[in-house]
Design a protein around this ligand. Sequence first.
Ligand code: ADP
Ligand code: 5GP
Length: 186
Amino acid sequence: MKPGKIFVLSAPSGTGKTTIARRLVQEIPGLALSVSLTTRKPRPGEKNGQDYFFVSRRHFQKLIQEKALVEWACVFGNYYGTLRSFVEENLRAGRPVLLNIDTRGGLQIKKRFPGARLIGLLPPSLREQERRLRQRGDLAEEEIRKRLEEARRERKTLLQFYQVRFVNRDLQSTVEKIKKFILRHA
Ligand code: ADP
Ligand code: 5GP
């Protein structure tokens, strides 16, 4: 059986990557969406094992030492990482794997799996990104400010290292374009 391919989806916070990742999984049979581990606290409505695996810093450090994470990064003061076992099992089974992670994680994945495809998503404008972050309604003002500052760095990395980029204007047409890209390269 041909091994599966990895697709990384990264975007400045508030662009719409979580919304898009969920739609892609509904629309592409067999696409495996990785659930990351994080040390941040769950936001209202988030479920353990569905949105993230919420773990302590101590547990996260242990997983790093055991090399159980295929990539990890500290984002906005919290740790986030991807389980190696999830990625490897799905690739072995020939399934494409989708990772919704930041650009630092994306670059680590590209180093380990040179065949991985890095997909960058950008908001139509900074103002629209800010509007979407606020509309989500789950972040304090200080968190919104941090994410808008970080957006500049994420954007630069996307433009420099990511293989393809899509501007998320109309949600359905962005989903269609990314879906086509994944089906072409899976
Ligand atoms: P991210 O995971 O990149 O931080 P989310 O997927 O949580 O972003 O989306 C942020 C907000 O923007 C959500 O309220 C979502 O419904 C909205 N959104 C996503 N894509 C679009 C779009 N193309 N047009 C308008 N709003 C969008
Ligand atoms: P949030 O806390 O808003 O869900 O996510 C914050 C940031 O962490 C986003 O940019 C998201 O892509 C990133 N992120 C989520 N999971 C992972 C992961 O497993 N690894 C890395 N490197 N980043 C992640």
